[in-house]
Design a protein around this ligand. Structure first.
Ligand SMILES: [Zn+2]
Ligand SMILES: [Zn+2]
Length: 420
């Protein structure tokens, strides 16, 4: 026997039962996006490596260690996208979407790729729901984005989550902070892990991404960005907090929150769910007022967030209503022909309809109906054809009633009720 081929380490299949919940989460997000006027875009999964190196930052963990980067057969340096923001920004610039009002608010849903160490709740191909808003500098945009994110979580009935909030300031105030942080870290060099010893010189802010206990201990005494905010950044942050309070959104101020990307400015936020283990962040985002310019576009303020679907899904309760089909039990070729008219008719009005392609005995067809959790079964056999009446059987109550043999709208309401 030939050797069976399995998924690559860190990758996984999503089987039908689970995929149904994915669909439910995506649909809920799409519904909320349309309430906020966000429109969908679809983007390539493969991009030039330079896009991510320039946006996320050369010295971030993502670009240094985690990207799937390779030379394709034509010699181009390409990467599987590790996140969506850089690609949306590239698209925004490439198609000059600056003046199009409908391009100001965009979302996309799809897979991202990072070669991280596989562990519980972490996959090398993971899925994100990603939303971005372009062109608005004022903190009302930030508040609206956070409100949209919490609306999605609330619609999905995610019971308990924390919203962490911080400001990273603008390049001016961050420069002062970086200097202070560099000075602070100088004589702590020996206490830092080898990664952070390198980060200290190249990009000191990234020390805050470190997961090592020793580095975390050192950072307890470190200066905090919030102490260095300039007046404009301070005012921006204060107004945002005021708007969140007006929306009734609870938040936790978290001065250690930096998120592992270089492009953020001012507002950053993260949603964590307590009690789900080390990978507790299920969503996060922030403002990136300079990224569009960095990638060669016209200066445009922007803010976005991403929801990690793989981590969020286990925290989403199953939807109350499970769809259930109508099953047609058909006995004999003549019944099949009448049945096919029903199949067409029912599906046309939006009712999920199933038949047994094996056309077995009545007993085996009813068994099949039970396996599919059918709410109703429409039975047509020789007797029914003779009498000119089909039997409609309620699979829960076992109650049966006679209905017209040919498709008719009389029982639609009853069948539609059966979907619930
Ligand atoms: Zn500032
Ligand atoms: Zn470290």
């Amino acid at each position: 026997m030939p050797k069976r081929i399995q998924t690559i380490r860190g990758f996984r299949d999503i089987l039908p039962q689970e995929a149904q919940k994915w669909w439910y989460v995506e649909r809920t997000a799409r519904d909320v996006f349309s309430l906020f006027g966000f429109r969908e875009v679809k983007l390539p999964i493969l991009e030039q490596t330079a896009l991510f190196a320039r946006s996320i930052g050369e010295t971030t963990d993502i670009v240094e260690k985690e990207m799937y980067s390779f030379q394709d057969k034509g010699g181009d340096n390409v990467s599987l996208r590790p996140e969506a923001t850089a690609s949306i920004v590239r698209m925004f610039i490439q198609h000059s979407l600056y003046q199009q009002p409908l391009a100001a608010k965009l979302f996309t849903i799809g897979p991202m790729f990072r070669r991280e160490r596989p562990q519980k709740g972490r996959y090398r191909q993971f899925y994100q729901i990603d939303a971005e808003m372009f062109g608005f500098e004022r903190p009302l945009a930030d508040a609206e984005m956070i409100f949209m994110l919490t609306t999605i979580l609330n619609q999905l009935k995610v019971a308990e989550y924390d919203l962490h909030l911080n400001s990273l300031g603008c390049p001016q105030c961050r420069q002062a902070f970086k200097e202070a942080l560099k000075r602070f870290l100088e004589d702590k060099h020996q206490k830092l892990c080898p990664d952070c010893q390198r980060r200290r010189l190249l990009n000191p802010l990234r020390v805050f991404d470190c997961k090592s206990e020793g580095c975390k201990e050192v950072l307890k005494e470190a200066p905090l960005i919030t102490q260095y905010l300039c007046q404009d950044c301070k005012t921006h942050f204060e107004s945002l907090k005021g708007y969140l309070e007006a929306f009734g959104i609870a938040y936790l101020l978290d001065p250690y929150l930096v998120r592992g990307l270089d492009y953020y400015t001012r507002t950053i936020f993260e949603v964590t769910i307590p009690g789900i283990g080390a990978q507790s962040a299920v969503a996060g985002g922030g403002r990136y007022d300079n990224l569009i310019e960095v990638l060669g576009g016209r200066s445009t303020p922007a803010i976005g967030f991403a929801i990690g679907m793989d981590r969020l899904l286990p925290c989403v309760p199953d939807p109350d209503k499970e769809a259930r089909p109508i099953f047609l039990a058909l006995l004999g070729e003549e019944a099949v022909k009448i049945g096919l008219k029903w199949v067409q008719f029912l599906r046309k009005v939006g009712i999920w309809t199933e038949i047994d392609y094996r056309l077995g005995s009545l007993k085996s067809q009813l068994n099949r109906a039970n396996h599919l959790k059918a709410k109703f079964c429409l039975i047509i056999g020789e007797d029914e054809i003779k009498k000119g009446k089909a039997i409609l059987r309620d699979m829960d109550t076992k109650e049966q009633l006679n209905v017209a043999l040919e498709p008719n709208s009389e029982i639609i309401e009853k069948l539609k009720g059966g979907k619930n």
